[in-house]
Design a protein around this ligand. Structure first.
Ligand SMILES: [Zn+2]
Length: 252
């Protein structure tokens, strides 16, 4: 549990000890299932050694503080405010934002170097059992990915992550992203992004059908009820029926 970049995380806690209840052994990685085993062992260290001066606080809806960091955060923050923040404010309720403790590395040098993912969310637990999510975003204007990673953070906060079925968890998350975004923002998602790449046939069409299924069966305005409603209707969707190729199956 402590093999995930412990020094950096302790630094993170130190930096934020006024905000996050601190203790000597501050944070450990939560055991949130096999997907986390794939994360870089230096997750919180490489590229953004903490503490550092360039962590800025921005205020989301309801005066919610979200911390953003990067070596060039002074330049980047205006992009966050322009492209990401309005979509976060639209996608989540005040209550949901309030419940989450977020640090966002933006844009993440580590992700841009590895070129594997546009975003990543890591779940952490302070020794006082406060849940903290550290999110990496590769691109400055990529609001859909920001919403995706924050949905992971919200599910972690609320204990609704499907720990034993990472693939279903990812499919549900993807559906919830589309359900929460406005049609204009939703249209910016590349059709074969995420698990939709595993689908055969027209992926844009599959996405449209899935949005309709969720819209027909769930009340999109009732954000608090979305996760449960999507879970109930998952098997009706294209993404819920997707077969994950064997090479992506995770070892138990
Ligand atoms: Zn995801």
């Amino acid at each position: 549990m402590y093999n995930f970049g412990k020094p950096g995380v302790e630094d993170f806690g130190h930096t934020h000890k006024k905000i996050i209840p601190a203790s000597k052994k501050l944070i450990k990685k939560t055991n949130l299932g096999p997907s986390l085993k794939k994360l870089d062992p230096n997750l919180d260290v490489k590229g953004f050694d903490l503490p550092r001066d360039d962590i800025k606080e921005i205020k989301a809806k309801g005066n919610k503080k979200i911390r953003i960091g990067n070596d060039t955060v002074d330049d980047d923050i205006k992009y966050f405010k322009r492209y990401i923040l309005p979509q976060i404010n639209k996608a989540f309720t005040e209550k949901e934002l309030k419940e989450m403790e977020l640090y966002i590395e933006y844009p993440s040098k580590r992700l841009n170097r590895s070129k594997k993912f546009a975003g990543e969310s890591a779940a952490w637990l302070s020794s006082k059992n406060k849940k903290i999510s550290i999110i990496d975003l590769a691109h400055r204007k990529d609001a859909p990915t920001a919403v995706h990673e924050i949905i992971h953070a919200l599910r972690f906060t609320k204990g609704t992550t499907l720990i034993k079925n990472v693939h279903a968890d990812e499919a549900e998350t993807e559906l919830e992203v589309m359900a929460r975004l406005s049609p204009q923002e939703r249209a910016k998602i590349t059709c074969n992004d995420g698990y939709y790449k595993f689908l055969k046939g027209n992926k844009c069409k599959a996405r449209k059908e899935d949005v309709k299924i969720i819209d027909d069966n769930c009340n999109l305005k009732n954000k608090a009820g979305l996760t449960a409603c999507i879970r109930k209707n998952l098997k009706k969707t294209n993404i819920g029926k997707v077969k994950i190729p064997k090479k992506y199956h995770l070892k138990k």
